[in-house]
Design a protein around this ligand. Structure first.
Ligand code: ADP
Ligand code: ASP
Ligand code: MG
Length: 457
């Protein structure tokens, strides 16, 4: 069997869902399980309405919900035709009634917790999976809707829940495998799951890709296909650099580094279940299905370039921690990392000197509270609006002089932190956020522009 995951833009309206159906039809021999995201931008909108309700603004929350209802009705109506839509209308309507009830409750209490946030956010995938399953059936596919909350079991860390892989595998084999055996096409919502006691959870923004890998791992898929709106993983973000080229083949490790450091095309956790079961992942374009996309597998063929790709992660804050009295005392590092741990803040890049430590964190973490805690140990400064640039490639292991070439190209750019070596396949540094577009374009030009697109791997 295979897993086919369609992202938000690939199910954004009736035309996109029809295209997705045609792609699935072409793969029926391979027994696909289909995983879908919410219609494009819907998760963002649900979170806006949840926050409006949380601040007591019931009117805004309900009017946003009305707009969302219209969009889903229109999409379903176009896909199903009048007769089928009339039957289906009440199914969708019941979900919107429940969503409105939830928003009214949140507004009445005036408080939004991570748990209620998950309840609201999950509607994107609950609705999209229902529409896609109905549309596929109307277009001649034997589709069956599977409620992901009955299969994807997670812990209770709401908004970033971790899957319980063993229990999830058992559920998938009990509920989804028989459908495949009967020649049906199971359709599931990505991103959502439930705790063992049945409370709805979500696995983190962009998590639909991760869901696909969880399903693929649980069912022992031959391949996992991530259908999106670009031709594959590219040498850099095509929005920042129109010259970006498709990467034909890349290793799991390289793809994981790129995803973690900003290549939004793939959720960083996606490769973990795939590595464990050695299942290749393909990134493909639902608007250009004949393109081969990118194959992510154990070890890609050697590329001719120094790097496979360049990623940028914005909204980064640098925290500088300086030991008050000269030398970093024994135990100082441990105390710093314990503070990060207490606040549940994860660190991306670390550099140290004899007297100070610099660390980068995501700007949306609760930094003031963490800084206040760290200030008990040492002098603390923090500064936002930074970005991490990450150059990734297996060739970095063996090729000398790369750092000199990279920083030579950027001799006029203020580089705040540099890190190389932790994984041996990335070179990472921190710059001012506003410099990202020009730095990416310059590096891309320097390292990728003389490539023949046909030979690039
Ligand atoms: P989906 O909704 O299908 O999950 P996403 O918006 O999450 O799609 O990811 C696809 C987008 O990722 C692309 O449209 C592109 O703008 C962005 N992107 C960033 N970096 C890269 C990269 N290196 N290669 C391809 N796409 C990238
Ligand atoms: N709909 C979710 C999000 O927007 C998950 C996904 O699309 O992968 O974050
Ligand atoms: Mg995505």
């Amino acid at each position: 069997m295979i897993v086919m995951k369609f992202g938000g833009t690939s199910v954004q309206d009736s035309a996109a869902i029809t295209r997705a159906g045609a792609i699935v039809k072409g793969r029926l021999q391979q027994k696909p399980v289909v995983v879908v995201s919410a219609l494009a931008k819907v998760t963002d909108q649900l979170l806006v309405m949840a926050r409006a309700a949380g601040s007591g603004d019931r009117k805004t929350a309900l009017s946003l919900s009305r707009a969302l209802r219209e969009r889903h009705y229109t999409t379903a109506g176009e896909l199903l035709g009048t007769a089928l839509f009339t039957q289906f209308h009440s199914d969708l309507g019941a979900h919107f009634e429940a969503l409105d009830e939830l928003l009214r409750g949140i507004a009445a209490v005036g408080e939004l917790t991570p748990r209620t946030t998950d309840h609201v956010a999950a509607y994107g995938e609950i609705l999209s999976s229902q529409i896609v399953a109905a549309a596929f059936s109307a277009h001649g596919l034997d589709a069956t809707l599977v409620d992901s909350r009955e299969c994807i079991l997670t812990d209770d860390a709401h908004m970033r829940a971790a899957p319980l892989m063993e229990e999830t595998g058992e559920r998938l084999r009990a509920k989804v495998q028989p459908l495949l055996a009967a020649g049906r096409v199971p359709v599931m919502g990505g991103f959502i799951g439930a705790t063992k006691s049945g409370i709805t959870t979500t696995i983190g923004r962009g998590g639909g890709d991760y869901s696909a890998a969880i399903v693929g791992s649980g069912l022992g898929a031959e391949r996992i296909e991530i259908w999106t709106d670009v031709d594959g993983m590219m040498t850099t973000d095509p929005n920042l650099c129109p010259d970006a080229r498709r990467i034909k083949s890349i290793s799991f490790e390289e793809a994981a580094e790129l995803a973690y450091f900003g290549a939004k095309v793939l959720h960083p956790a996606t490769v973990l279940p795939a590595i464990q079961k050695n299942i290749p992942v393909y990134v493909l374009n639902a608007r250009n299905p004949s393109c081969e996309g990118t194959r992510i597998a154990t070890r890609g063929p050697r590329s001719r370039t120094f790097f496979k790709a360049i990623a940028a992660k914005k909204r980064i804050t640098i925290i500088d921690v300086a030991a008050p009295r000269m030398l970093l005392a024994h135990g100082f590092m441990r105390a710093i990392f314990e503070a990060f741990d207490r606040h549940g803040v994860s660190v991306d890049v670390v550099t140290t000197s004899e007297v100070s430590v610099s660390l980068t964190v995501d700007s949306n973490e609760s930094i003031p509270a963490l800084a206040a805690d760290l200030a008990k140990l040492a002098d603390v400064k923090y500064e936002g609006r930074k970005a991490i640039i990450c150059l990734v490639g297996e060739n970095l292991r063996e090729t000398p002089g790369i750092a000199a070439r990279v920083f030579g190209e950027l001799s006029d750019v203020k580089i705040r932190m540099i890190s190389q070596g932790a994984s041996e396949i990335n070179l990472t540094f921190v710059i001012e956020e506003e410099e990202v577009p020009q730095v990416i374009r310059r590096l891309h030009k320097a390292f990728f522009s003389d490539l023949d697109p046909e030979v690039f791997t």
